[in-house]
Design a protein. Structure first.
Length: 358
C-alpha cells in the first residue's frame, strides 16, 4: 500500500498533463504530412490521440489475429493485443479495442511504478524510490507508456519479474519473464537478472530453471509464427521491412544527422548519452543483476542499425532511473524533471499529430 500511495499523485498528474497537451496539440498543431488522408483512429478525441503509429497493427491483431497476408504484423508480439482482444471483443467496435489498449497501458504503468518503488526500497529509502518513479514518468518519451503501445506492459513484467527474483520467488519470477518474452521482441532479456540473482550464493537451482521459461516462450512463439506465415525467419523478415537489422552498436550513429531520417538528432543523441552514462553508473551503485539487465537492453536498442526507435526503447532500461535517483543531488534531480517534462510535452504534441518521435 505504501508504494501505491507514493506513486499515485505523480502518476495522475503526469497523465492529466499528457492528456491536456495531446488534446491541445490535436486542436492547434498542424498535422504531419504523413497524415495527408483521414487518419483518425477514433471519433473520441482522447482515444484518437492515443492511437497513433503502432496502435493500428495492434488493433488489427486484436481484432483479426495474425494473418499470413499481413507479414509485417508478426513484429508485434501477442500478449498486448491478446489482452486488447479480451477487453474489446465483448463490445466488438474498434473504439472498444483501442479503449481496452489504453486502459491496459495505464493500469500496467501504475503497477510498474508500484513494483519499481518496491524494488528500489529493497536497498534504499522511500525518497530514493519515489524519485526513481518520478524520473521515469518525466522521461521525454514517457508518452509511450500511456498510449496504445506495449511499452508499459513490458515494463511492468520486467520490473515485477526482477522484484520477485530478488525475493527468490522463482516460479512467479519465471512466469512473469515468460510473459515479458511474449510482449516485446527483446523480452527474453528479462531472464538476465533472474539468472544473475539465482547465481548468487547459495546458488538457487530452481531459480536457474525459472530463467529457462522466458527463452522457451520466445522460441515457442517463433515456432507459432513459422506455422502462421510459412517463413522460419518471420520475425527477422518483418523487422527488415521496417529497416531494422542486427548491427554493431556504433553503426546506429551512421545516419544520425541525416535530416531525412531524424527530425531532432541532438535530442536523440542526448538521451542516448544520458542512458548510456546511467547504465555505466549502475554497475557502481546497483546490484549486478540490475546493471546487467540495463546493459543488455541498452545494447539491444543500439544494435538495430538505427536510433530512430531507441528513445522509446530506453523506457525499458528502468535501472537507469534507479541509478539516477541514487546519485543525483536535489538540484540535478529538479533540473532533470524540468527539462524532461518540457521536452516530453513537445514530443507528446508531436506524437498526437503524427510526427515520428520513436
Amino acid at each position: 500500500m505504501l508504494a501505491a500511495r507514493v506513486v499515485l499523485v505523480p502518476f495522475l498528474l503526469t497523465r492529466v498533463l499528457l492528456a491536456v497537451v495531446a488534446l491541445a496539440a490535436a486542436a492547434l498543431v498542424p498535422a504531419s504530412p504523413v497524415c495527408n488522408v483521414p487518419c483518425h483512429a477514433s471519433s473520441i478525441p482522447l482515444l484518437d490521440v492515443a492511437s497513433r503509429w503502432d496502435a493500428d497493427p495492434y488493433l488489427g491483431i486484436a481484432r483479426d489475429g495474425y494473418r499470413a497476408d499481413a507479414p509485417s504484423h508478426v513484429e508485434y508480439f501477442p500478449l498486448y493485443p491478446f489482452l486488447m482482444r479480451m477487453g474489446g471483443a465483448p463490445f466488438g467496435s474498434d473504439d472498444a479495442y483501442l479503449a481496452a489498449g489504453l486502459v491496459i497501458s495505464n493500469l500496467a504503468l501504475f503497477a510498474a511504478l508500484v513494483y519499481l518503488v518496491r524494488l528500489v526500497m529493497l536497498d534504499h529509502d522511500e525518497k530514493t524510490a519515489t524519485r526513481a518513479a518520478v524520473y521515469l514518468l518525466v522521461f521525454p518519451t514517457a508518452v509511450f507508456l500511456s498510449v496504445v503501445y506495449a511499452e508499459s506492459l513490458f515494463l511492468l513484467l520486467a520490473v515485477a519479474a526482477t522484484y520477485h527474483a530478488r525475493r527468490r520467488e522463482w516460479l512467479l519470477a519465471g512466469a512473469l519473464a515468460a510473459l515479458a518474452a511474449l510482449t516485446r521482441p527483446f523480452g527474453a532479456v528479462v531472464a538476465v537478472p533472474l539468472a544473475m540473482e539465482a547465481l548468487r550464493r547459495p546458488v538457487a537451482f530452481r531459480g536457474l530453471a525459472s530463467t529457462l521459461l522466458a527463452p522457451a516462450a520466445f522460441f515457442a512463439w517463433l515456432a507459432v509464427l513459422w506455422l502462421i506465415t510459412g517463413d522460419p525467419r518471420a520475425l527477422l523478415t518483418a523487422q527488415a521491412q521496417w529497416g531494422r537489422h542486427f548491427s554493431l552498436p556504433l553503426q546506429a550513429f551512421a545516419d544520425l544527422f541525416d535530416p531525412a531520417v531524424y527530425g531532432f538528432p541532438y535530442v536523440v543523441l542526448a538521451l542516448t548519452v544520458l542512458i548510456g552514462a546511467l547504465v555505466v553508473i549502475s554497475w557502481r551503485v546497483l546490484r549486478p543483476s540490475l546493471a546487467a539487465y540495463a546493459t543488455v537492453v541498452f545494447l539491444v536498442a543500439m544494435s538495430t542499425g538505427s536510433l530512430t526507435a531507441a528513445p522509446r526503447y530506453y523506457l525499458a532500461v528502468f535501472p537507469a532511473f534507479m541509478a539516477l535517483a541514487v546519485i543525483a543531488p536535489s538540484w540535478l534531480g529538479r533540473a532533470y524533471v524540468a527539462v524532461g517534462a518540457t521536452i516530453g510535452m513537445v514530443l507528446t504534441a508531436m506524437f498526437a499529430q503524427w510526427y515520428w518521435i520513436g
